[in-house]
Design a protein around this ligand. Structure first.
Ligand code: TYD
Length: 139
């Protein structure tokens, strides 16, 4: 099973002139088709609450910090703190995510597919039913 993990992005620059970070090509786990960003989220609000059938994503906290909880199809919850603009979190397909934003956070998402509401699993109950129906038997 593919699990979520942090990718250190190529960083170019110095303290004198500032930095830029790069996400490109073969160093990424999928070809990026779309980018969007989320901002102005109140810090007590948790977003996400969904999984995707097919979409893969890279998430970057380009400003502020994000507490990302990612539940994999084996029902394990992985928690990551994203607080550096030169790190990305890879989220494989079929993972439930919940995201806590700091008040100043800007979340950049690089996505493997165009937006399709039909790719979302928005009910946690449905997510659990789906992953458990595909889980190998325990004995
Ligand atoms: P959603 O992916 O649920 O955001 P989050 O995980 O941050 O809570 O998207 C929020 C809303 O915006 C939802 O109604 C779908 C819509 N949306 C688009 O119309 N286009 C897009 O590219 C995205 C990502 C979302």
């Amino acid at each position: 099973m593919v699990v979520p993990y942090i990718i250190s992005l190529l960083r170019i620059g110095s303290n004198d002139i500032g930095q830029l970070a790069v996400a490109e090509g073969e160093s990424l786990p999928f070809a990026v088709k779309r980018a969007y960003w989320t901002f102005g989220v109140p810090s007590n609000k948790i977003r996400g609450h969904h999984a995707h059938y097919d979409l893969q994503q890279l998430i970057v906290a380009v400003h502020g910090s994000l507490e990302m909880t990612v539940e994999t199809p084996d029902r394990v919850r992985h928690v990551f703190l994203l607080d550096r603009p030169d790190q990305a979190l890879y989220i494989p397909r079929m993972c439930w995510r919940e995201i806590k934003f700091s008040a100043d956070a800007v979340l950049l998402c690089l996505a493997s597919q165009e937006y399709a509401e039909s790719d979302y699993i928005r009910s946690y109950y449905d997510f659990v039913k789906l992953v458990e129906s595909k889980a190998p038997p325990t004995s």
